[in-house]
Design a binder for this molecule. Structure first.
Ligand SMILES: [Cu+2]
Length: 65
């Protein structure tokens, strides 16, 4: 289980957007987004490079924290 900080999420729509963005990454599963903490946790088959996480999060309109 890996946990990353995400800036800019404000509501359940943001949570869905982040879940969708992370879900597009191959080998990522069991995504759980905690709105209050501003965090996302997930399982990964192999370590996903930070640059790919950042790209997906930014594409959805948020930022890695
Ligand atoms: Cu929102």
């Amino acid at each position: 289980m890996r946990t990353i900080k995400i800036k800019g999420m404000q509501c359940s729509h943001c949570v869905k957007a982040v879940e969708g963005a992370l879900g597009e990454i191959e080998g990522v599963s069991d995504i759980r987004v905690d709105l209050k903490k501003g965090e996302a946790s997930f399982e990964e088959v192999r370590p996903v490079p930070l640059s790919i996480l950042a790209r997906q999060i930014e594409k959805a309109g948020y930022e890695l924290g």
